[in-house]
Write a protein that binds this ligand. Structure first.
Ligand SMILES: [Zn+2]
Length: 209
């Protein structure tokens, strides 16, 4: 029932020395996109591996945008994996704006800035789905790595269920809570109240401002 193994032409692997240390970088094709898994330490063939499935966010991850917390979560997840001594970060492409793409995501920003719509309503106002992300590529590479079960770095219960539905057992969810700021508080509040994310920092920010 699960996706089959990679063919040789769809995957390549090398060392990748980063500021945090040396990872194994596994580039792979799945579902029409090129993704990457970064493996730190001896995660292969293990149980209860610390895993982050990170959805691509060009504005947050690369440009340091503060309207979402994606870039901070990416850094924090890599730090957590290195601190633990092993783990896997799967960087999933094609996930911009929860799957609507970069141009559409920026269109939702216009509606957020000009009409005050939140991250959910600004997508539906444009006739776009709220979340079309598919985690099958992450499950496929975790299976390729023979990861037997994971502790998932996420605040999103849906990710937990999605990975399990793709046949990867999730034994725990590890929070990845970034401090709220005036630029992302609206976004975080909508994620908490409308998408069911577990975000205790929203309360703290509201109380202190
Ligand atoms: Zn983002």
């Amino acid at each position: 029932m699960y996706t089959e193994a990679f063919s040789d032409t769809d995957v390549a692997e090398s060392d990748l020395v980063t500021r945090r240390g040396t990872f194994r970088a596994i580039a792979f094709w799945a579902d029409g996109h090129e993704h990457m898994a970064l493996v730190y330490g001896s995660a292969r063939g293990r149980e209860e591996v610390l895993v982050r499935m990170h959805s691509e966010c060009l504005t947050g991850d690369i440009l340091g945008a503060m309207r979402c917390e994606c870039g901070e979560q990416l850094n924090s997840a890599l730090d957590a994996i290195v601190r633990e001594g092993s783990g896997v970060l799967v960087y999933l492409r094609g996930h911009e704006g929860r799957g609507i793409g970069l141009v559409a995501k920026v269109r939702t920003h216009v509606l957020q800035d000009e009409l005050g719509l939140d991250t959910v309503d600004s997508a539906t106002e444009l006739g776009l789905p709220v979340d079309t992300r598919d985690y099958a590529p992450a499950a496929k590479v975790l299976r390729h790595l023979r990861v037997r079960s994971v502790r998932l770095l996420s605040n999103n219960p849906d990710k937990f269920e999605a990975l399990e539905a793709h046949g990867i057992p999730v034994v725990a969810r590890v929070p990845l809570v970034m401090p709220a700021n005036p630029h992302n508080i609206g976004y975080l509040t909508a994620k908490r109240d409308r998408l069911g994310h577990d975000l205790p920092q929203v309360e703290v920010f509201s109380d202190s401002h």
